[in-house]
Design a protein around this ligand. Sequence first.
Ligand code: URA
Length: 263
Amino acid sequence: MESSDFHHSLALLDWQIELGATEAICDAPVNCYDLPAAAPGQPRRAKQTEQPSAPAAAPKTPVEADGAAQAREAAQAAQSLDALRQAMAGFEHCALKKGARNLVFSDGRPGAPVMIVGEAPGRDEDREGRPFVGAAGQLLDHMFAAIGMGRSDENAPVYITNVLPWRPPQNRDPSPEEIAMMKPFLERHIALAKPKVLVVMGNISAQALLGKRGITRLRGTWTEAHGVPVMPMCHPAYLLRNPAAKREAWADLLDIRARISAH
Ligand code: URA
């Protein structure tokens, strides 16, 4: 086995373990390539010697095409944050749900003046079912605690969610289709949480809420989305990799605090 095959296979195994596929279902392993051809009418398994056909551009299935419309309907019907959480938990059109352990809906205090919108759950968030609990989340907590806005107390002035409630496999960036499908839920989330200020963390959130990327240019300048003032900021994961950018993030935090104090 080539070393690249080995590492590729190991990464696939790791991924399956992360998804929770840790139980063997037979006593002995089955080599799918040795199985006899399927009976007529049954689906055939690919043989190793067969030439894979060129991957056709998958036409949108009715389920995919319908997803955003169904999301809009389900989101609009939700009259409270609890109802919205339930609607999202019952939404079956986004394939990310199948690979995720938990729905990551929100944390902090519903109704808080500051609503932080991150990108998507990572491994730690997927395990705990809460946004921003891994390394980036710890930095986020330190940043907001430094301006007197910790998330854990009863009167926490922050409420936290993500563009996507399910972890993308291997932490890949969410696709534009996934973002578009889930966006009605995010918009309804904002309408129901009624924040005074939105903090958009990173490029994916900027894309979803402002229709733009380029967060290092956008950060630090107030803008608006859905009638709410928005402060775009560099994502804490970016700040962990680029500590020099923390200085600008600090300026953004002070701006947020000043805006909230002025209300
Ligand atoms: N990064 C995000 O954008 N959101 C999380 O919940 C965790 C990491």
